[in-house]
Ligand binder design. Structure first.
Ligand code: AMP
Ligand code: MG
Length: 370
């Protein structure tokens, strides 16, 4: 029977790890070192395996907390550095320069240019459902800020008139805008991008395996094989997908031994007015929060920024279009969709693989009538 030894790591995604201590480990040793930090306005949890593998073919040795803390600190520094260039609100970020009323920004670093190109390609391939040029619109709604409100139709159409991939040209180290008012917003891909960089770094360290949870995005890295078990199931992590209708519950669990899971949901950031929920994922065609019939989408993919961008895009598309997109095989991914009525649907690859386990509520204990 699968045993869960750990459960909650982040608001959007629950993570549980299958139990698998080997007999040669000391009882007092905990399998994981857990640490948290805040980056990009979200809580990040890093879970690192303490054991460093078998030495001399016999003994397992353990990293000490100071060493693992240093690794966690390096992860936090990577996230901070990325935030400092991707944030819309941090003065001096590359995005803040691009978002000024200017027609050209020069001397942009190569990583940022690659991210922009990747974003524009994702936008093109998703038919514009994922759109990084919505900055004027997201700023107008300001969903998470103090000044959030439902804007007028005129304001929305004015904001939309300053969006569009055709108004931005990315060069080798510069960005040109044909509309000075256009603003970019990398909120739907930035956390996935940062998670990927952190995971790549962790893979380059001596830490054998672990996971990272970054505001609705989770990565699983390394290999648990060192623990000496041949049982494939015990190599897997159990990632709980939050139930958007009751965020204290899950709709089910995804089992993976590597890669990324990214969730976009209407419960993550929103405000309510006159009984209507205005959430943070916008339909680039209407300028209003996407009303596609979905409440959340989880994407499982071997690339983190793709997973992040696609979860947002599929949410905007709605189930039917998202399924057509899946069948087009433009990207290699699987997904879990939860509709507003609570129905949960899977892509065919996911249901066939048996990697998803639906959550079934335990029947209540019968009342004792003695
Ligand atoms: P996520 O939580 O990854 O789905 O990203 C949502 C964030 O991305 C929002 O807070 C906005 O900053 C931005 N965003 C909203 N709608 C879109 C969209 N259709 N395409 C790209 N970015 C978006
Ligand atoms: Mg996203």
């Amino acid at each position: 029977m699968k045993k869960i030894i750990s459960a909650f790591l982040a608001a959007a995604v629950f993570i549980a790890v299958l139990s698998s201590f080997s007999s040669c480990e000391k009882n007092e040793e905990k399998e994981y070192f857990d640490a948290n930090f805040i980056a990009m306005d979200t809580a990040v949890t890093v879970r690192l395996a303490r054991n460093s593998g078998k030495k001399d073919g016999r003994k397992i040795i353990y990293f000490n907390d100071a060493y693992l803390n240093e690794i966690k600190q390096n992860c936090a520094d990577i996230a901070k550095e990325i935030e400092a260039s991707l944030s819309r609100t941090i003065d001096g970020s590359i995005v803040s320069y691009i978002n000024k009323e200017t027609d050209c920004v020069l001397d942009i670093d190569g990583d940022f240019i690659s991210l922009l190109n990747e974003s524009l390609e994702l936008s093109e391939n998703t038919g514009g459902a994922f759109n990084i040029t919505l900055g004027t619109l997201t700023e107008l709604w300001n969903i998470t800020g103090d000044t959030h409100r439902v804007p007028s139709a005129e304001e929305i159409s004015d904001a939309l008139s300053h969006t569009g991939n055709d108004k931005i040209t990315v060069g080798a180290s510069d960005v040109k805008k044909s509309d000075r008012k256009l603003k970019i917003d990398l909120g739907a891909i930035g956390k996935g991008y940062a998670l990927e960089k952190i995971t790549e770094y962790l893979e380059s360290t001596d830490v054998l395996y672990g996971l990272v949870s970054f505001g609705g995005n989770v990565s699983v890295f390394g290999s648990k094989e060192i623990k000496g078990t041949k049982d494939e199931e015990s190599q897997k992590y159990k990632i709980g997908i939050t139930d958007p209708l009751d965020t204290s519950k899950v709709v089910g669990y995804v089992y993976i031994d590597s890669g990324y899971v990214s969730v976009s949901g209407d419960y993550e950031r929103y405000f309510e007015e006159n009984g209507i929920r205005y959430h943070h994922i916008f339909d680039p065609e209407t300028g209003y929060p996407a009303d596609s019939g979905l409440s959340s989408v989880a994407v499982i993919c071997s690339d983190a920024s793709t997973a992040d961008a696609l979860s947002t895009a599929l949410f905007v598309m709605g189930y039917d279009k998202a399924l057509d997109f899946y069948k087009s095989e433009k990207y290699d991914f699987e997904a879990v969709f939860t509709k507003k009525d609570g129905t949960t649907l899977l892509t065919s690859g996911l249901s066939e693989s048996g990697m998803f386990e639906e959550y079934v509520e335990e029947p209540a204990e019968p009342a004792n009538t003695d």
